[in-house]
Design a protein around this ligand. Structure first.
Ligand SMILES: [Zn+2]
Length: 452
């Protein structure tokens, strides 16, 4: 049955090829070549060097008759944008991506992470998924629409940002302050949701379209105490104080909150036979305890990520610090959460400092773009389901959402769990076939939003 569905899908796609007049095999080869070359532009952040990436993208656009603008931040870092003009009857659609990638530890990779190798139909390299492949799909969509000369009802803006992997200070936040005109849009398509070949252990294609994201709240706990000789323990040991505080935070049970968007997600998974639990706060409480991903969708989470104290084995330190990476559900108030952390620790000698905080509203689900994404996904893979989701990490979409623009995380690639696991890890890679299918889907979504 699965094989039959896949064949039907292929036939359906072939008809679309004829209708659009695009040679998708050639387009996939072109996208593969662009992605391999883009991977060789080393934009590992830090330091980023996004100017090199911006120049690469600008050069490709120029060769295809599309002007672009580079927005330099300093001598090494830049953002860039390009615009295919529409007739203005609808407000712009932004295709958003980031130029930088996280660093790679070469010794743990099977292939050089910055060589852009293709082996047995798979493209290897840092950024192959996060997110140079999506950037190339967006770029190719622009090129294909331009070559076809189709009249556009709205501007399509290609926006490539610096510094996403380090918080966006030199990227989306810099653009927010210096180029507000780029945020004048109705819709954004960005990273944030992938397609998966399986979910919760059930094999069935699921396309996630993220409509919101958890808000990061990074806290530093600082404990001071009396230093001394390790051979004579005393009760004012700051490190032991900090450990007690961390234990209280780790064992703190926070209630679950079922956001309407998450309820829709779980209901759709349930009707598809992927999720079997009752979709209610009560019904989900027990399940969330044992499933980290589900728990991340349903609660504010805390991970202890850094700890620092001590100078020598036999010295009781004077100060001890730890960092908590808290992620709050959209709508939850960071200040109120900090108050709760203080109450849980219940020790005035452990200071709670805010290191970083960002929160952003959720984009609505019932929009033209969501419906188009839903339709194109199900036409491409007839047994696929499309779910709204909340991204557990944060993306550049947050700035658009804050400005009231509907932003979705939708990377139209159906990935195996083993492939998703390479994001920010070793051996990051994407099969050529998945890049090609993703391009076809993204092109079709954009065409329906901007041409029809
Ligand atoms: Zn990314």
């Amino acid at each position: 049955m699965i094989r039959l569905a896949a064949r039907k899908g292929r036939l359906r796609r072939r008809r679309q090829v004829t209708a659009s007049g695009i040679d998708w095999d050639a387009a996939t080869r072109e996208a593969t070549d662009l992605l391999c070359r883009y991977i060789t532009v080393n934009t590992a952040n830090p330091p980023g060097n996004e100017l090199l990436g911006a120049r690469f993208l600008a050069q490709v656009l120029r060769e295809n008759g599309i002007d672009s603008e580079t927005h330099p931040v300093d001598a090494q870092r830049a953002n860039m944008s390009a615009r295919l003009p529409g007739d203005g009857s609808k407000r712009p659609l932004v295709l958003l991506n980031h130029i930088d990638v996280v660093p790679a530890e070469r010794e743990f990779w099977q292939e050089d992470p910055f060589a852009g190798a293709v082996k047995d139909g798979v493209i290897w390299g840092r950024g192959a998924l996060d997110m140079k492949s999506m950037a190339v799909m967006e770029l190719m969509t622009l090129l294909l629409l331009r070559r076809q000369g189709l009249p556009l009802r709205r501007d399509i803006v290609f926006l490539a940002c610096a510094d996403e992997e380090q918080g966006g200070v030199a990227g989306i936040d810099w653009l927010d302050a210096h180029h507000p005109e780029l945020f004048d849009a109705e819709y954004v398509i960005n990273e944030g949701g992938y397609g998966s070949t399986e979910m919760f252990g059930v094999r069935r294609p699921v396309f996630s379209c993220s409509v919101g994201e958890k808000g990061p709240l990074w806290l530093r706990l600082v404990a001071h105490g009396m230093p001394g000789h390790g051979s004579v323990p005393h009760p004012d040991n700051c490190l032991e104080r900090l450990v007690r505080a961390l234990y209280k935070v780790q064992t703190w049970r926070r209630p679950i909150t079922l956001l309407p968007e998450v309820a829709t997600m779980l209901e759709r998974l349930k009707s598809a036979g992927i999720f079997g639990e009752e979709v209610s706060e009560q019904g989900l409480t027990g399940v969330a305890e044992s499933n980290p991903l589900l728990r991340a969708f349903l609660t504010d989470t805390v991970s202890t990520t850094m700890c620092n104290a001590g100078v020598k084995s036999n010295v009781i330190p004077a100060v001890a610090e730890a960092t908590l990476d808290c992620r709050l559900l959209p709508g939850h108030d960071p200040a109120a959460f900090i108050e709760q952390v203080k109450q849980v620790i219940d020790d005035p000698r452990v200071e709670v400092q805010q290191v970083m905080e960002s929160h952003t509203p959720i984009s609505p689900v019932g929009t033209e773009l969501f419906d188009v994404i839903d339709a194109v996904s199900r036409e491409t893979a007839p047994d696929a389901i499309v779910i709204p989701s909340i991204a557990t990490g944060f993306t550049d979409s947050r700035v658009f959402r804050r400005r009231g623009v509907t932003a979705y995380g939708f990377v139209p690639c159906l990935l195996e769990p083993a492939e998703v696991a390479t994001v920010h890890g070793n051996d990051e890679r994407i099969p050529v076939e998945k890049l090609g299918l993703g391009l076809r889907m993204l092109y079709e979504v954009v065409r329906r939003m901007c041409v029809e």
